[in-house]
Structures are given as structure tokens and as C-alpha cells.
Design a protein around this ligand. Sequence first.
Ligand SMILES: [Zn+2]
Length: 289
Amino acid sequence: MDTNIDIERDQPGRPHEGKVFAAIHAHLDDVPYYAGGLCAKLMSEGYAGYIIRTSNDEKCGGHTTAENILSNEQEHGKMAAALGFKDGFDLYYRNHRMDGISPIELRGRLILIFRMLKVDTVLTFNPWGAGEENPDHWVTGRAVEQACWMAGMPNDFPEHLEAGHRPHTVSERYYFFARPGQPFNRIVDIGSHIEKKIDAIVECRSQGGGNRGSELRARLAKQGRRLPLLGDDDRTADREYARQFLLGDSREYGKEHGLQYAERFYYLDHRPPAQSEVDQYVERNAKPL
Ligand SMILES: [Zn+2]
């Protein structure tokens, strides 16, 4: 077992009360699979959570482009409600084409949202993650990485200040483990939040396999068969299918640390120390004039 890996477990009470996180993903099913458990955990521990989807998901859903945009948008709202997000933003960049957009425009939009919501913590794609084939993922991750610190610089987009939004640095980051080979230094125990993760996954029907259980149940019924696993209604079928077949990664990531279910992240803590090195030196060494 790698000793450089921290295990983040449930914390008693609401230690994050007053703090705000934003989960920034590109597609309907990214957050549910990569970080649904962590989102539920952070909100149960006091964080207010907001979700931002950067693409319009137009390529996924099995219907026309316009129909896919609508179904993904509607399911995104249901998925966010299932996890308990306070509000969400859809930025609607064209799916699979985000490497052609203006990085500065995306960054500016994120900076405004980070300042407006006073975001302390972000969850997003690893901006430099290995093996990432989807441009929407790395474009989103890189814009978030840049926006986190530029949101604290008053000369970046100074018109935001005129509109009443103060500079605000985002100091904690959790990068998803999205592809084999990407780095991670934190395992989050999501055992007590697994029902919420399943609630989120089953809302991902246009993509993400959330309705596979009910589809299988209907297919078997036509053949005059049933699976006891799938229960007696579609909702149960979708949830139990997800539990049985769609949580393999979460089980595997937990197993090596003795946990039932876990998610992997690369965590960065850029919170300033309570007292800077200079202040500490001044305290110790300053003399009266
Ligand atoms: Zn994705």
C-alpha cells in the first residue's frame, strides 16, 4: 500500500459549515461516477455545493442533437437535485469541440462564478491527467486550475469588482481520477454515501447507463423471464443494476484500503497558514524602537 495516500473518512458534525465547493464537470455522468460520493459527503459535513457543467452533451443520448441537448439538460438537473446541490450552471459549450473554444472566455466565466459564490474548494478533472482522450475534460480542468488563483487577482476582470464581486482565491482542489495512470494521493471513504451516488447514477439515462436495469427487466419480461436482483419496478431495477454492475471501480478502489466503496482524487491544499513565516519572524524578533 502506498504510504503517501491519505484516507479521507466521514467527519462527525458539520466541520465544513459555511464553506462552499463547486464541482465542475463537462458531461452529465462525470461527477456521478468520479465524485458523486465525495459530493454527498462534503454536503453532509456542512459544505454548500454547486455544480457546473461546461458542455451541452449534444453527442450523447441516442437521438437528434437537439433532443440530446434537452434530455441531458433535464437529467443534469435531476442528478444535481439527487445529490443535494444548491444550484447548478450549464455553460453549453459544444460537446467534443471544447478544444476549439476560447480558453480565456471559459476562464472568465468560471472566475465570475467563483467570486460570486465565494468558492473555497473545487472538484474537477486533473488538468494534466494522463490518458485523457476527451478534449472537453482537459479543457475544463485547465480552465478551472487557472481560474482558481486568478479569481483572487483584482486586476483580472476588474469589472467584476465594479459589479460587487470581490477577488476570491479557491484554495482546495480535488482532481478526479478519470483514467488509468492518472495520479491520486487521496482515497475518500464513500461507504456511507453510496445510496446517494446510486441516486445520481440512475438519473444519467442519456449517457451513463442509469436506465440499464429497467431496460434489462423489460427485455427479460418479453422473453418470459425475470431476474430477482432487479426487483418488481423500474426504479428498483435501475438502482440494483447500478449497485451490481456500475460500481466496480468504487469497490476496487476501496478494497485495497479495507473500505467497501471509495473514490480516488489528487488533492491540493493551498490554504494560507494562519500566520505567515514573516509574521512569525516579526513576533519572535521585533524590538521596541
Ligand atoms: Zn465526460
